[in-house]
Design a protein around this ligand. Structure first.
Ligand code: NAP
Length: 407
């Protein structure tokens, strides 16, 4: 990447502008966003335009722009990716790749290693997902999280194919919706894989999850259905299509339903967990009733989603990025608030998948290793009571990391 950055920088346009061919393409695809962006004197025509543009707009033009001008986009991203303003060109040139060798892994199933830090892609359309994943892979990410329900897997798959990174050097997670009986689940599994790796008979994911303990509207729910769906995941796994299988949004009761019939233990339970939800022990934290400890005792690795509280609202939304506690601790280590919030998790061996399409944020979010929070800092972060969980709260309104209200 250092070589790449140097190469790009050599032919860089002097200002934070995209090449004219990309600009005219974008001006056609999304004129209002581009006009608004050009009116911004500090960040004219930078990556903010590029990323604003494809939102809700998966036009072939934007796709083509990203594909054929990736290096130019990344250059401009380095120059102009900060929501608070532009970086200097020398700062942009200095954005280094992070060696994937510096990202530790944890064993989630026999012979299956999950990198402790990866990239989330929820809410990105295919074009943004493609640009974000390409950028992340160039920075050294090896772990990508997507889902059938995100409706962006084609973009994720195209980025993987275009990156040139060997498939077996990557860890790819997908998910199928919950509440599906055996045959419907089998169809969803095949579709999920085809979207990511079209036309590849040997395709596989590293991890396939059931996204939710029931259908999203909870009309298709209950223990028998959960068990039936799990049998479909086991068949997919035994057919070599998923190296590991697991669940998401499950609390203890849902996990127990699976364990009753499982011949393959769920490798992962992916649940909301972040600073503010308390210490990761059942009933033992300041405000948490999460099931991390229980999951561990039955061999299920606990993985957090929304580690920066992405879906949190109001002031909570920035609490783990610019809030007082994470900022103060970050200053002592020369790190950002977001890095502190993520570090609190990986230091407990909880894998994180923060979402960002901003290359500078992506680089930060991988730079979580080779430094350590003190016991006292960990205690302060575990004792934090905000931001609370976004979504399903537990008994008495306490934060939970599984959706225990789901039948
Ligand atoms: N299983 C499930 O049902 C489920 C549910 C939710 C999420 N997930 C997974 O978890 C992933 C992450 O969760 P999330 O998408 O809810 O959000 P998140 O990762 O908690 O937060 C994302 C937000 O944080 C900002 N951000 C990221 N890194 C930053 C940094 N270093 N400095 C400043 N701001 C930063 C991003 O803005 P910028 O783009 O500006 O950087 C974005 O607004 C998802 O994308 C998805 O893959 C799974």
């Amino acid at each position: 990447m250092l070589l790449l950055a140097a190469t790009i920088f050599a032919w860089a346009p002097p200002a934070a502008t995209l090449p004219p061919s990309v600009m005219s393409c974008l001006e056609k695809a999304c004129p209002s966003q581009i006009a608004a962006c050009q009116a911004d004197a500090t960040c004219a025509a930078g990556i903010k335009c590029m990323l604003a543009c494809p939102t809700g707009n998966s036009s072939a033009c934007v796709d083509a722009c990203i594909k054929s001008n990736f290096d130019a986009v990344m250059l401009t991203a380095g120059l102009c990716a900060q929501s608070s303003g532009c970086l200097s060109s020398s700062a942009a040139a200095a954005v280094p790749a992070v060696s994937s060798a510096t990202v530790p892994t944890i064993t989630i199933a026999p012979g299956v290693e999950m990198p402790l830090a990866g990239l989330g892609t929820w809410q990105y359309n295919s074009s943004v997902a493609k640009a974000a994943v390409l950028s992340a892979l160039k920075l050294g990410y090896t772990h990508i999280d997507t889902a059938l329900g995100y409706d962006n897997q084609d973009g994720v798959g195209e980025a993987i194919a275009a990156s040139g990174v060997a498939r077996d050097a990557l860890f790819v997670t997908s998910k199928i919706p919950g509440g599906l009986a055996y045959h419907a689940a089998g169809g969803a599994l095949t579709t999920a894989l085809d979207q990511l790796f079209p036309g590849d008979d040997g395709a596989y994911v590293d991890l396939m999850l059931v996204h939710f303990p029931a259908s999203w509207d909870q009309k298709a729910a209950g223990k028998a259905l959960r068990q039936d769906q799990w049998r479909a995941l086991e068949a997919f796994h035994k057919g070599g299509k998923a190296r590991a299988i697991g669940v998401s949004h499950y609390c203890k009761r849902h996990i127990d339903d699976i364990l009753e019939v499982a011949t393959v233990t769920p490798a992962i339970n992916q649940v909301q967990f972040h600073v503010g939800m308390g210490a990761a022990s059942p009933g033992g934290g300041a405000n948490a009733t999460d099931d991390r400890e229980y999951d561990g005792t039955v061999g299920v690795t606990y993985q957090s989603f929304s580690p920066l509280c992405g879906p949190c609202e109001g002031s909570d939304h920035m609490e783990l990025i610019t809030g007082d506690l994470v900022t103060k601790i970050g200053k002592a280590h020369g790190k950002s608030g977001a890095q502190v919030a993520l570090k609190w998790q990986v230091q407990q061996n909880i894998p994180v998948i923060p979402k960002s399409a901003n290359p500078d944020h992506q680089r930060e979010n991988l730079d979580l290793f080779g430094w350590t929070l003190s016991d006292d800092e960990m205690r302060q972060l575990s004792a934090a009571t905000k931001p609370q969980v976004a979504g399903d709260a537990g008994p008495g309104g306490l934060a939970v990391s599984g959706d225990c209200s789901v039948p």
